[in-house]
Design a binder for this molecule. Structure first.
Ligand code: XMP
Length: 515
């Protein structure tokens, strides 16, 4: 594999994602891993990530110095390049100015001007000015002995450097971000031409290999998986089902807080169509009972979580010889909770300590995949588009879209409104362009007039947001005609609702969900 040495997790993950998009398998490992442990994995190339630290700060992340002479091609990015420069005898200093955002890179070329040097060979020509994206305060002012600067900017005299013979390269800018237009070309050149890696990584092959591995690792006994209707748990389940067949039982806890038609859909598409043994537990009444009189959002979440575990545990506990619990944990969660150390089994996404209590071994077949790779695999496994392209839906379901107490009336109303919002957004062909679209029971009431009668009814909000990762979001400028259709249908088709409002708050400061 190609190994990305993690010197600041969020940077490392993005690099890994780009490299995989180039068809090269790579993993993120902790930056401070001993050279021997790294080299045992026989990496074809190493990439040192950026990081928020300064190489001179006490306790700044570093790498094993033996790596520099191991003969493995290394590309240092941002902090990674500064680390390389400092370790090998160059000079890194606090810059006079910070360089943040768009910057113009000038390619210096070889001393005789004949070529752009090894790193930029085929990417640009000497004298070219290329747009790149920078984010740093420290600068390399002097490359180490044996290295030369191959690009500069107004702020950075060494914006890229390479060793004269050895396969050591560094760039101050971020080739992994979209704002560096030639970044992908540079990474491709480093990987394929300079490091000589062979491509061919495809998440669908991963599926075939994973099936073989699962058969070996889970030779006997039964496995259970909790289906949520989302793409991650469905894909994990489908993969394990392909490997173990009927030794897998899927459990779908219907907490009664699902969208309209969702429970039937899960039963039909995942149970019947894929032929997966599926137990659907209709626990709606139980959840409603537990939520009675509860208004505090965090308490609502906790109650739903606890109740979910109870129902799941009761159901799984009734099955014979269950030994494994399958979870759809993805790579970003693994890296964020354990720094990519494969020995660290994450805990915060475990179903509330359930594996320990029930003596189950946790199986996470997607733990090396990114979301887009999971989608590709899901398609390959024959999951329906509606699951593959599904919008995120919170675990506590409609309960976090009801401000205040979850009453049957609120639940029914918000579910009916939600179905209209989703249907109209889909019909307008916008489903793929938006991150989430839904309705909210705002908990406030207003005066209206329906027929000839005065009506004091609930105010329903419509929320439709665009986002890349759910961390930040903006409200979608839906066409007025579409908003009008949604409002018209809600007030006509849903009893008692006479007022519909559109939520125009970005995140931050608002969150996507109302609770
Ligand atoms: P917020 O409301 O925090 O939501 O802006 C960000 C994203 O996370 C989803 N979300 C949840 N997902 N369990 C989940 O599985 C939850 O408790 C939960 N709360 C929010 C939300 O739908 C959005 O995509």
């Amino acid at each position: 594999p190609v190994l990305v040495l993690d010197l600041g997790a969020q940077y490392a993950l993005l690099i890994a994602r780009r490299i995989r998009e180039l068809g090269v398998y790579c993993e993120v490992v902790p930056g401070d891993l001993p050279a021997q442990a790294l080299l045992e994995r026989r990496p074809r190339a190493l990439v040192l990530s950026g990081g928020p630290s300064s190489v001179y700060a006490p306790g700044a992340p570093g790498v094993d110095p033996e790596l520099w002479s191991a003969g493995v091609p290394v590309l240092g990015i941002c902090y990674g390049m500064q680390l390389m420069a400092q370790a090998l005898g160059g000079e890194v200093r606090r810059g006079d100015r910070q360089e943040f955002g768009r910057s113009e890179l000038e390619l210096l070329g070889a001393p005789d001007g004949s070529s752009s040097g090894r790193l930029f060979d085929g990417v640009g020509r000497p004298g070219d000015r290329l747009v790149c994206w920078m984010s740093h305060g420290d600068v390399v002012v002097e490359p180490p002995p044996g290295f030369r600067s191959v690009a500069r900017t107004a702020v950075s005299p060494v914006a890229a450097m390479e060793h004269e013979q050895r396969p050591l390269f560094g760039v101050q800018f971020h080739p992994e971000v979209a704002h560096t237009p030639f970044g992908t070309a540079l990474l491709r050149h480093f990987l394929y031409d300079l490091a000589g890696v062979s491509g061919g990584w495809d998440p669908r092959d991963f599926g075939r290999r994973a099936v073989d591995a699962l058969r070996q690792q889970l030779p006997e006994g039964r496995a259970v998986v909790a289906l949520s209707g989302g793409v991650d748990s469905a894909t994990a389940a489908a993969l394990v089902h392909r490997a173990l067949g009927d030794r897998l039982t899927a459990i779908f806890v219907d907490h009664g807080l699902m969208r309209q038609g969702e429970p039937d859909f899960v039963r039909r598409e995942l149970g019947e169509r894929l032929g997966m043994p599926l137990i659907a537990v209709d626990a709606g009444a139980r959840f409603l009972q537990a939520l009675r009189g509860v208004r505090d959002p965090e308490r609502k979440r906790r109650i739903i979580g606890q109740e979910f575990i109870r129902v799941f545990e009761e159901t799984a506990g009734a099955l014979p010889d269950v030994r494994y619990l399958v979870q759809g944990t993805l790579y970003p969660d693994v890296v964020e909770s354990g720094g990519g150390k494969t020995a660290t089994i994450k805990s915060h996404h475990n179903v509330g300590g359930l594996p320990e209590r029930m003596g189950l071994r946790l199986v996470e077949p997607l733990r090396f995949l990114f979301k887009d790779e999971v989608r590709a695999l899901a398609r390959e496994l024959g999951l329906p588009d509606r699951i593959v392209d599904r919008h995120p839906f919170p675990g506590p379901g409609l309960a976090v879209r009801i401000v205040g107490e979850v009453t049957p009336e609120a639940l029914e109303t918000v579910r009916a409104c939600d179905a209209i919002v989703v249907e109209e957004v889909e019909r307008a062909g916008l489903a793929r362009e938006v991150w989430q679209a839904f309705a909210v029971w705002t908990g406030s009431y207003s005066v209206g007039v329906k027929g000839d009668a005065r009506l004091y009814g609930p105010v329903v909000a419509v929320r439709c947001v665009q986002s890349h990762d759910g961390m930040t979001a903006d409200w979608v400028r839906l066409p007025y005609e579409l908003l009008d259709r949604i409002s018209h249908r809600i007030t006509n088709e849903v009893p008692y609702v006479s007022r519909v409002v559109y939520d125009i708050s970005p995140k931050p400061p608002a969150t996507i969900e109302w609770e």
